[in-house]
Write a protein that binds this ligand. Sequence first.
Ligand SMILES: *[C@@H]1O[C@H](CO)[C@@H](O)[C@H](O)[C@H]1NC(C)=O
Ligand SMILES: *[C@@H]1O[C@H](CO)[C@@H](O)[C@H](O)[C@H]1NC(C)=O
Ligand SMILES: *[C@@H]1O[C@H](CO)[C@@H](O)[C@H](O)[C@H]1NC(C)=O
Ligand SMILES: *[C@@H]1O[C@H](CO)[C@@H](O)[C@H](O)[C@H]1NC(C)=O
Ligand SMILES: *[C@@H]1O[C@H](CO)[C@@H](O)[C@H](O)[C@H]1NC(C)=O
Ligand SMILES: *[C@@H]1O[C@H](CO)[C@@H](O)[C@H](O)[C@H]1NC(C)=O
Length: 440
Amino acid sequence: MEEEKKTIGIRGLLAAAVLLCLSSLAVSTEEVKQKQLRFGEKGGFKIVQVADMHYGDGKTTPCRDLLPSQMAGCSDLNTTAFIRRMILAEKPDLIVFTGDNICSDATDAARSLEYAFSPAISAGIPWAAVLGNHDQQSTLSREGLMNHTVTLDHTVSQVNPTDVDAIDGFGNYNVEVHGVEGSGFENKSVLNLYFLDSGDYSTVPAISGYGWIKPSQQLWFQRTSMKLQRAYMSEPEAQEAPAPGLVYFHIPVPEYASVESSNYTGVNQDGISSPSVNSGFFTTMVEAGDVKAVFTGHDHLNDFCGEYTGIQLCYGGGFGYHAYGKAGWPRRSRVVLATLEKTDDGSWGPLMSIKTWKRLDDENLTTIDVEILWSNSTAEVGSPVGAPTASEGPSGMTPGSLLSPAVSPAPMTGNTGDCASRSTLLLVAGLGATILRAFF
Ligand SMILES: *[C@@H]1O[C@H](CO)[C@@H](O)[C@H](O)[C@H]1NC(C)=O
Ligand SMILES: *[C@@H]1O[C@H](CO)[C@@H](O)[C@H](O)[C@H]1NC(C)=O
Ligand SMILES: *[C@@H]1O[C@H](CO)[C@@H](O)[C@H](O)[C@H]1NC(C)=O
Ligand SMILES: *[C@@H]1O[C@H](CO)[C@@H](O)[C@H](O)[C@H]1NC(C)=O
Ligand SMILES: *[C@@H]1O[C@H](CO)[C@@H](O)[C@H](O)[C@H]1NC(C)=O
Ligand SMILES: *[C@@H]1O[C@H](CO)[C@@H](O)[C@H](O)[C@H]1NC(C)=O
């Protein structure tokens, strides 16, 4: 009897230990999974970019810069409806929110974030977010915002990489996109996504204007890129060239202004509001050798892509209705489609091309500016191409039905004022710097 009890006790302990091991294994697999996405069976991976939502309090937060006839009944909920339309039309594999997701008008930053991201969350689509220069202007700090963001469902966002001691900013991380399950590339990242915090405003008294990507972030990027390239170029399926990388952050690097206007697909009608100093991140990306395209927001009226020194520099184009815009120039969203190469044996190989286009939030969700950003057969790059094919483009949805969303965020109440304009904020930032200088 006594002996029996003891045995059960030990067995129980063993079982508990095994369970513990299994559950910790499950946790670590879950963590790995979070950082990894995968190409679908059709060999494509599609990303929808949502730039500058400037979400406030929802229903009570009005729209800006529309034709007089469009102002009535327009609120943050129109931004939400636009995300839903994009989800229905494009069926993305990932949604990337490139900062200024919320703005100073949010009475409760955590709730506003939840509302702003809610279409991705309720659709169960993986999503990633970075910070802009306005996000921290309501009730949460930049760290607090990222801390909260990473707790939301279906996000692949991370506060910061866990394998570095110290890094500037919040929301620096990378996501691997692996090849098709069952193919030779199922365990290899064939497309690498990098997300960085481009800061808000300079805190260095001698430098005015916006923040920039710091050396600590560039070092992390450089090491991560190197590590990924080494893995991609070793067995199994060792490749000769690195897997293409795409980089997402908010404030354009100064090189955006170096793209020749003859190289634009899309428009530059807003000025390019980069930091007043060049911290060298563009050079770091060129040097790394894997980056094919960069996607930012910040200048809502710019929506071009243009190649400079081998990297496509792209804007998302203003998405949010509470953000500044231009009356008569529809809010818009950028789509990126990466396609794998079909192998001789009918399976899927490495990346073949990266295409992009934009959708306008008009009656027909019009597709514009379709182009190839990168292709393995370099001859195709930069040449304009036809409309996306049926499998990748408009999928026969009826725009009318799209504005009656299944789940509406509850209307929020509170401050309905506009977010401060960029110039006011720069002034405030400048003033802040002056005050700081007076203090220290
Ligand atoms: C905003 O949404 C409302 C309600 O669906 C709609 O009637 C209105 O046309 C939308 N406004 C704009 C500018 O899209
Ligand atoms: C964010 O989370 C980290 C880790 O849990 C914690 O140390 C830090 O205090 C949090 N900061 C804020 C502002 O929430
Ligand atoms: C990928 O990894 C899994 C699990 O380790 C393994 O079973 C599978 O054979 C690997 N696939 C390839 C193509 O190497
Ligand atoms: C381009 O295609 C060739 C042949 O399939 C392949 O070996 C190479 O790795 C590809 N390059 C990239 C960058 O994927
Ligand atoms: C314009 O694009 C072409 C390729 O499309 C490239 O060769 C050229 O360098 C670009 N011009 C500039 C100024 O970057
Ligand atoms: C939408 O498509 C319809 C039918 O093709 C057309 O009559 C209408 O002008 C289009 N609307 C816009 C805003 O392009």
